[in-house]
Design a protein around this ligand. Structure first.
Ligand SMILES: Cc1cc2nc3c(=O)[nH]c(=O)nc-3n(C[C@H](O)[C@H](O)[C@H](O)COP(=O)(O)O)c2cc1C
Length: 355
């Protein structure tokens, strides 16, 4: 039996424990042109005891931004500023991957540097709204990507991955979960295309697979992770055939030898063991815990062998020294969600450690 406090391989790296900091958007990239700040370096360095830190969703291109003050990895000033973050994490012996998040139709023209209509798989508007500088605004109908746009987006991901390596990241996680662009292509509700990028599972996986392959070719498969969330309806996603789709996706990418697969588990929890079985590499599980956040009992998934690592969002937000607290069975700070998205150091870098 493995415990969560033993090392494990993540691609070309070794994680010192199996407690992962899940990616969390914090909307504090107040540096020039969407660059991270010194405060963000402090925040991530505080959490460097994680086996792996996955950063907040980071746009690979200007049009990939769908929220206020999220960081990018497409401009020189962003690369330089991220280097300060990765140096601070490495100085504490940590491992850090950048999550590349293209939000696709989840966004608003006022939220990207181009003031452009968000792009998507098809012209299908997501039901819901997003916070803009002037208050909440309904999602808009996205501009469907044409062949050239798809190719450019694939290249944007590969360029951003190269930028991540230049910025000192140990790898990248591709955000294929939670209703953003890659997920919009995978899901039947948002992908209504009748060309080779849509239709059945083989067509709908094609764009995410192209992104994974291009990024793996750019920086090495053993520095690339993929996050998926089969059956998760977040961001108005509907999936008629998620089991077939994700089975096809894993069949296509398992042979590439990626660093890991990160499963943000959805309501179809019975599907997770099948994913485990169909994935020959390292698996990170973010368990489905409706109405609550992932708690210390999630470590049982490592002990049972259901997963190699477990990721924690809310608890890592509120407990910089989470691995130590879990190991000691110590008390845990509760997250203050009112300070989650944007703001200053409060509710960000001021959560106390045990010492
Ligand atoms: C404040 C906040 C921001 C989040 N931002 C992201 C994100 O940028 N990318 C992502 O893949 N998931 C994001 N998530 C989802 C978390 O990674 C995680 O899957 C979710 O919080 C459930 O895990 P937990 O119960 O341990 O918090 C976010 C969650 C929270 C609480």
């Amino acid at each position: 039996m493995s415990t969560a406090f033993e090392p494990v391989r993540i691609g070309r790296h070794t994680a010192r424990n199996r407690v992962v900091m899940a990616p969390m958007t914090r909307n504090r990239a107040y540096g020039p042109g969407g660059s991270p700040t010194e405060l963000m370096a402090t925040y991530y360095a505080q959490r460097a005891d994680a086996g792996l830190i996955v950063t907040e969703g980071t746009q690979p291109s200007p049009i990939g931004q769908g929220y206020l003050n999220t960081p990018g990895l497409h401009a020189p000033e962003q690369i330089a500023a991220w280097k300060v973050v990765t140096d601070a994490v490495h100085a504490r012996g940590g491992l850090i991957f950048a999550q590349l998040m293209h939000t696709g139709r989840i966004g608003h023209p006022s939220l990207n540097q181009l003031s452009a209509t968000p792009v998507g798989a098809s012209a299908v508007r997501a039901d819901g709204s997003v916070r803009t500088a002037t208050g909440p605004a309904d999602f808009v109908t996205p501009e469907p990507l044409d062949d050239k746009g798809i190719q450019r987006t694939v290249e944007d991901f590969a360029d951003a991955a190269r930028n991540a390596v230049e910025a000192g990241f140990d790898g990248v996680e591709l955000h294929g979960a939670n209703g953003y662009l890659l997920h919009q292509f995978l899901a039947t509700g948002s992908n209504r295309r009748d060309d080779e990028w849509g239709g059945g599972p083989e067509g709908r996986i094609r764009f995410p697979v192209a992104v994974v392959e291009a990024v793996a070719a750019a920086i090495g498969a053993d520095r690339v992770g993929l996050r998926i969330s089969p059956s998760n309806p977040y961001n108005d996603i509907s999936e008629d055939d998620h089991r077939e789709t994700y089975t096809a996706l894993l069949a296509a990418i398992d042979p590439l030898g990626l660093a890991y697969l990160h499963v943000a588990e959805g309501p179809d929890v019975d599907f997770t063991p099948q994913l485990r079985q169909r994935w020959s590499g390292t698996l990170i599980l973010n368990p489905f815990t409706p109405g609550a956040y992932t708690g210390p009992d999630a470590l049982r998934h490592v002990e049972s062998g259901a997963s190699d690592l477990v990721s924690f969002g809310a608890l890592f937000l509120a407990n910089p020294d989470l691995p130590e607290r879990l190991r000691a069975g110590a008390g845990l700070n509760a997250p203050d969600y009112s300070k989650a998205y944007g703001g200053d150091h409060t509710g960000y870098t001021d959560y106390p450690t045990l010492n």
